[in-house]
Design a protein around this ligand. Structure first.
Ligand SMILES: [Zn+2]
Length: 466
């Protein structure tokens, strides 16, 4: 058996790992889009490094676009096998892939408007139709179910606690009379997440593919999220009479914020001002989460007994149209606006930041990981002047951040995830989904824990498994 790393190798996007059995059967783990890699992004997304038509099966760990965003392209290039995932991943991947197709078609249209004579027309990587075809190939596997993909190939998914429906993937493969256990962590969440259950333990593996996004950092906050939110909203909206702008990922952060604000309402502490979620995708993702109560942790289930909608509270409004979104800018009253994208690189939130950044009465609240070069990253770094839509803006608004609102576990969480394993029995541990420098630090921590064979594969590198 062989394994090759065709994405998320020494980087955090484009997750794609290909297993090839001795008889030629191929199983692809994830099929993610590369994002934010500058000029080489298109090139990376245009070349798989394998033949999609030859893949027999595909397992999808979760619905983030850097894990499923090239699935429709895989299908367009000839993949026709089953795609195994949890029920929630199927629902969420559908809306996220449709959104991705829309963005790509808009980008291509925009590029073609500015095309020079002789230049090639820009084409979207895929269309809505490719997304629908991909969704049609999806087959549901429940957490904990022992599922036979084919004779000698068994699959089990366990909760990874990262986002709604996220799973760690466990394959039991028997070939030539020998059984091999291979685990792919997918992305690993935090122990003690506001909404989701903690990552589950899993059977002893011979080979592990382990994510390493936060392999060298800890992100604990001193105060509970609710308390920090309350302090920031009171200070901004009641004392300074300003607006709080929160760039937040449509999946995960937005629902966590709504849940925390709902929690404040249940305690009669929620400031009486308007709250807006200004992102149609965030509204859709919230609906998907409401339909999948099976993923909630015990605390959320307890709250559900006294409140039948844990994401809704007085003053909350979901903004659909662009006109209504623009109208928020003209309204001077204090309010809270939660909007995508999470790194403030695109989407409606960029307009809200442009309109509020010049006034000290406002607060821009960052609640997730930001690439250092993104607008969110530059704000967190404390830049005094930032470029927005090619114009310089002085940063007069307060910039705050809540670090513990991350979908990824920190290194203590990652080590916790692996603590169910006997390191002596793990033949190879491959680090994926992390920046190379971070991975090197994490590899040292893992060696300290007794994992002797830690590898950091390069892009397209292939390994023979014993
Ligand atoms: Zn993820």
């Amino acid at each position: 058996m062989k394994i090759a790393f065709h994405g998320a190798a020494r980087t955090v996007t484009g997750s794609k790992h290909l297993i090839t059995l001795n008889n030629g059967t191929q199983i692809l783990l994830d099929c993610g889009l590369f994002q934010g890699m500058g000029q080489i992004t298109d090139k990376l997304n245009g070349y798989f490094g394998f033949n999609p038509a030859k893949i027999n099966y595909m397992v999808l760990s979760h619905a983030h676009i850097d894990h499923c965003g090239l699935l429709p392209r895989l299908v367009a290039e000839g993949f026709n096998g089953a795609i195994y995932c949890t029920p929630a991943t199927m629902d969420l991947a559908r809306i996220l892939m449709l959104d991705s197709a829309k963005i790509q078609m808009q980008d291509a249209e925009f590029a073609n408007k500015h095309i020079r004579p002789g230049e090639e027309m820009e084409k979207a990587l895929y269309t809505d139709e490719d997304v629908i075809k991909a969704v049609g190939l999806m087959k549901i596997v429940e957490y904990g179910e022992d599922f036979e993909i084919a004779p000698g190939i068994n699959l089990k998914l366990t909760d990874a606690g990262h986002i709604l429906g996220s799973a760690a993937v466990h394959l039991k493969i028997t070939e030539d009379g020998k059984t091999t256990h291979l685990t792919f962590s997918g992305d690993v969440g935090r122990y003690g997440d506001l909404l989701l259950k903690s990552p589950q333990t899993f059977e002893q593996a011979d080979y592990i593919l382990m994510e390493s996004t936060y392999g060298d950092s800890l992100h604990k906050d001193i105060d509970p999220i609710e308390e920090m939110l309350l302090e920031i909203i009171n200070h901004t909206c009641n004392v300074k009479k300003g607006k709080v702008i929160i760039p937040a990922f449509s999946v995960g952060r937005t629902q966590e914020l709504l849940y925390a604000l709902n929690g404040l309402e249940l305690k009669n502490k929620l400031p009486d001002i308007p709250y807006y979620v200004d992102s149609p995708l965030s509204a859709q993702a919230t609906e998907v989460l409401k339909n999948h109560t099976e993923v909630y942790n015990k605390t959320v289930k307890e709250v559900l007994k006294v409140d039948n909608d844990v994401f809704d509270f007085k003053g909350l409004r979901f903004v659909e149209s662009i006109e209504e979104s623009k109208a928020l800018n003209a309204d001077p009253r204090p309010c809270v606006i939660i909007s995508a994208s999470g790194m403030a690189e695109g989407g409606r939130v960029k307009h809200h930041i442009r309109n509020t950044i010049g006034n000290e009465k406002n607060t821009i609240l960052m609640v997730g990981y930001c690439e250092p070069s993104s607008l969110g990253g530059r704000l967190i770094a404390g830049q005094k002047v930032v470029d927005i839509f090619r114009e310089d803006y002085e940063v007069r608004a307060e910039v705050r951040s809540i670090k513990s609102m991350s979908a990824h576990g920190d290194y203590e969480d990652l080590l916790h995830f692996l603590s169910c394993q006997d390191p002596d029995k793990v033949k190879q541990l491959f680090l994926v989904h992390g920046e190379y420098e971070v991975q090197q630090h994490f590899a040292l921590k893992l060696r300290d824990k007794g994992f002797k064979h830690v590898n950091i594969p390069e892009y397209h590198q292939e390994f023979e498994l014993e």
